[in-house]
Design a protein around this ligand. Structure first.
Ligand code: FES
Length: 127
């Protein structure tokens, strides 16, 4: 199982610093990895590691990563929520690192939700 390093956590903290909002911070997207007990047990750390790897590879500077607790759908973990400016947030579930990488390229970078992995759209807007 992939492990988060102190460096990974520092990167997350830096991205968090100053703002949680897309609009005020000039960010293109925010990705929340749900890391409640159920999420971690289901592999959320591996999802976070893959996400950080994709961000590093893309060299994108305008993507926020954050974590949250359980989203209330333990059976569908690991889950993420993707928020793109001026679009409804989309929750994805039953993730693997491969699915995460596909969602990152299509939705986070490209702005197009990946419907086949989406659980719900349109709630919990935080920007
Ligand atoms: S820990 Fe996930 S719903 Fe309770």
């Amino acid at each position: 199982m992939a492990r988060l390093t102190i460096e990974d956590l520092k990167k997350i903290k830096e991205k968090q610093h100053a703002t949680f909002t897309l609009r005020e911070g000039g960010y293109r997207a925010k990705v929340t990895v749900h890391m409640g007990t159920c999420g971690i047990a289901a592999g959320a750390r591996e999802i976070m590691a893959a996400l950080l790897d994709e961000i590093a590879q893309s060299k994108a500077e305008d993507i926020i990563t954050t974590t949250s607790g359980c989203a209330g759908l333990c059976a569908r973990e690991p889950m993420i929520t993707v928020e793109v400016l001026n679009k409804p947030p989309v929750k994805y579930g039953d993730l693997t690192a491969e699915k995460l990488r596909e969602i990152f390229k299509e939705h986070v970078l490209g702005g197009n939700p990946v419907e086949k992995y989406a659980l719900v759209a349109g709630s919990e807007t935080t920007y």
